[in-house]
Ligand binder design. Structure first.
Ligand SMILES: CC(C)(COP(=O)(O)OP(=O)(O)OC[C@H]1O[C@@H](n2cnc3c(N)ncnc32)[C@H](O)[C@@H]1OP(=O)(O)O)[C@@H](O)C(=O)NCCC(=O)NCCS
Length: 253
């Protein structure tokens, strides 16, 4: 599995308009995570020290190790050498030293899974969510979704509700992460449709055709969404991979 997975991924012909999204499952009894702490920077380790909850610590190590190994897989830079800066709203980017590589990325972590998405040049955002949430979904939808999304959610059958909720949630989160604004971007200013997947801008004249999206089940419990900018409106290719710890170990070699 580990050999075939690595051979399958086209390293040399990674081009603009292509995105890779890798997800990694984390089980509570995984003991393979700690070894990856070593490739994190001093800054990341300092941040890790401040995370009190063990589950969040493991997610942090896994997400940041995955990101470093993935960036290295698509370049000649060693995993431990990457350095990051935070943008205006906290979005991590590669420092100027690495900018000529044209690599862009985004990270997501949730209970039991982490994800990293990488592309060349263009904005990208990823969100992975465990599809369980305390509280009434309808109340959360009312607070977080735009009007067309609330109407669609309310009209979904009982059986479809949870799926619709997490579809909108992950897509919206991936979009506000792709543009780097996070929750500074008003969530009611844009609406997603699910079939076909697409965005409508409700306030500003954004060009919906200049975005591509992906939405998929990353495990029985997890949903993952990608937003990828395509300023030239050219077709894009989004390549998904599900990794395990053997793949991670193979990436360190
Ligand atoms: C901070 C935010 C960007 C993502 O928060 P989150 O829920 O913790 O989501 P994720 O785990 O998917 O993403 C966290 C990662 O995004 C990255 N990130 C941080 N700020 C970012 C920004 N402004 N833009 C893009 N990525 C950002 C970081 O890498 C972070 O991980 P790290 O701290 O380990 O480096 C923001 O969207 C937020 O606060 N969301 C809260 C949830 C919400 O209400 N969502 C509404 C959906 S309808």
């Amino acid at each position: 599995m580990e050999g075939s997975f690595l051979k399958e991924v086209p390293v040399t012909n990674f081009r603009r308009g292509q995105a890779h999204v890798w997800t990694l499952r984390i089980d509570p009894d995984d003991n393979g995570i700690e070894q990856f702490r070593e490739i994190l920077s001093g800054q990341e380790k300092a941040r890790l020290e401040k995370i009190a909850h063990e589950r969040n610590r493991r997610e942090y190590i896994a997400a940041h190790a995955l990101t470093r190994l993935m960036l290295s897989h698509f370049s000649d830079v060693s995993a431990a050498d990457w350095r990051f800066d935070a943008g205006d709203h906290g979005r991590p980017e590669l420092t100027t030293r690495f900018r000529n590589l044209g690599l862009r990325f985004n990270i997501s972590h949730t209970r039991g899974m982490v994800a990293c998405a990488i592309t060349k040049v263009d904005d990208i955002g990823v969100d992975v969510e465990c599809q369980e949430r305390p509280g009434r979904l309808a109340d959360i939808a009312e607070r977080k979704f735009s009007r067309p999304e609330i109407i669609f959610f309310a009209s979904a059958s009982e059986a479809e509700r949870q799926k619709v909720f997490f579809s909108f949630w992950t897509l919206k989160e991936s979009y506000i992460k792709a543009i780097g604004k996070g929750l500074v971007e008003p969530l009611d200013g844009f609406a997603f449709s699910l079939d076909p997947l697409g965005i409508t801008f409700l306030r500003e004249n954004g060009d919906a055709d200049c975005w591509s999206f992906d939405l998929f089940k990353a495990s029985a419990d997890h949903l993952c969404a990608i937003s990828l900018a395509r300023p030239t409106c050219a077709p894009v290719e989004i390549i998904r991979r599900s990794l395990n710890w053997k793949d991670m170990a193979a990436l360190t070699r």
